[in-house]
Design a binder for this molecule. Structure first.
Ligand code: UD1
Ligand code: UDP
Length: 372
């Protein structure tokens, strides 16, 4: 008997982090792999899947411009429900904490189909930061059968919530598998040589409005003051982000606003950068593996490991903090060296194969079906 596994992806980071699992499962005789794209994101989801050569089997094409959480959630619940009835998968895999992940896990629960949650157990214990992702994670943890925790501390979060220890597996984060996949390629990004680069990304809902304005004003101030520094900012397609970024940061000789980069190009941009300023989750995991200091423009993080290792600092979406900490890293080589330690607390590049082995052990070996 073959096991039909529905791998669900909705946004750019889910595609990047689910890709190694999809590719590893596709090599297995025990698995029939089906890729469901809710397409909560469109261009940047396709951009990420293409890099890994992954084709979508079922496409809900759900994105609408400036979608609300309620409209997206209700649309996805109804649409994923139809997919469950048509596809009848044996297993559903989700990755992360987006609306796609929460609705797919809930749909799996309604259909009594077991759900595997990749990147389980991340917590800030503050429902407003990140919003709404902290709630999504908690909901998925209540519903999932397999909890693939990236680190011991994420496992401990799940244990403290009374999740059965036998259902939690520390695998590392699949993002490091993806990082290795692309950083072994010959990537190039068309950046001016010479000036030190500060790479910027920002997109979080809780930073929309005043916090995002503070971020932009701090970047502009730093660019005005430091003639030997250049900011490179691939702008997220969310209109709450790019419309403001264009107004606040456009037309500055040392700030380059560009469209989202292909994953290999973005990795090359990280490697070429001096500092990374971000509110992204994935970038907090990747940059320490590349030895790049990261200043996180959030007040909380569910990724405490790289804070402990010294590679990441929280600066909040706070004008004064951003200016002070960036300037310190520019002016103080010792402070810079301390942060650029290059430890990777999030994995060794073999998370996907561990996840496949856990599924094989549970679904194939325990059921007595020959696996290869
Ligand atoms: C979503 C996730 C967030 C994740 C982020 C990764 C939720 C609630 N949020 O946030 O956890 O960190 O993705 O980037 O699930 N858009 C485009 N083209 C695209 C993608 C987005 O135009 O390819 C625009 C659309 O106007 C869309 C808007 O961005 O309505 C917001 O997309 P949405 O998925 O709702 O939220 P994100 O802020 O991207
Ligand atoms: N990324 C990318 N191109 C870009 C910006 C980011 O490929 O122009 C990658 C980045 O390396 C990371 C992921 O997208 O793997 C992070 O996505 P995002 O910040 O949108 O979401 P989050 O990680 O915050 O959920």
């Amino acid at each position: 008997m073959k096991i039909k596994i529905l791998c669900v992806v909705g946004t750019r980071p889910e595609a990047i982090k689910m890709a190694p699992v999809i590719l590893a499962l596709k090599k297995e005789k025990f698995a029939i792999v089906r890729v469901l794209a809710t397409a909560q994101h469109r261009e940047i989801l396709d951009q990420a899947l293409n890099i890994f050569g992954i084709k979508i089997d079922i496409d809900l094409n759900a994105m609408s411009k400036n979608q609300s959480l309620a409209s997206l959630t209700s649309k996805l619940l109804l649409e994923i429900d139809k997919v469950m009835m048509n596809e009848k998968p044996n297993v559903i895999l989700v990755q992360g904490d987006t609306t796609t992940v929460m609705t797919a896990a809930l749909s799996g629960f309604y259909h009594r189909i077991p759900v595997g949650h990749i990147e389980a157990g991340l917590r800030t214990y503050d429902l407003s930061n990140p919003f709404p992702e902290e709630a999504n994670r908690i909901i998925v943890s209540k519903l999932a059968k397999w909890h693939f925790a990236p680190t011991v501390s994420s496992k401990n979060n799940l244990l403290s919530e009374k999740i059965e220890e036998t259902n939690i597996f520390v695998t590392g984060n699949t993002v490091i598998d993806s990082l290795f996949f692309v950083s072994n390629r010959n990537n190039s990004v068309n950046l001016n040589k010479g000036k030190k680069k500060i790479l910027v990304t920002a997109h979080r809902r809780e930073n929309f409005g005043e916090p995002f304005l503070n971020i932009c004003k701090a970047i502009r101030y730093l660019a005005d003051k430091n003639l030997d520094i250049e900011f490179i900012y691939p702008v997220h397609p969310n209109p709450n982000v790019y419309e403001i970024a264009k107004i606040e940061l456009g037309n500055h000789p040392r700030i380059t606003l560009i469209a989202p980069l292909d994953y290999p190009e973005f990795v090359a941009a990280m490697m070429n950068s001096y500092i990374i300023l971000t509110d992204s989750g994935g970038v907090q995991e990747e940059a320490p593996a590349l030895g790049k200091p990261v200043l996180v423009m959030r007040y909380e993080t569910e990724r405490p490991e790289a804070i402990k290792s010294g590679a990441v600092r929280l600066v909040g979406p706070n004008y004064e903090n951003i200016i002070r900490e960036v300037q310190r890293l520019i002016d103080d080589p010792l402070a810079y060296r301390d942060m650029a330690k290059g430890t990777s607390p999030y994995g060794d590049g073999r998370a996907a194969s561990r996840i496949v082995e856990i599924l094989r052990a549970d679904l194939v070996i325990k059921q007595g079906v020959p696996s290869k």
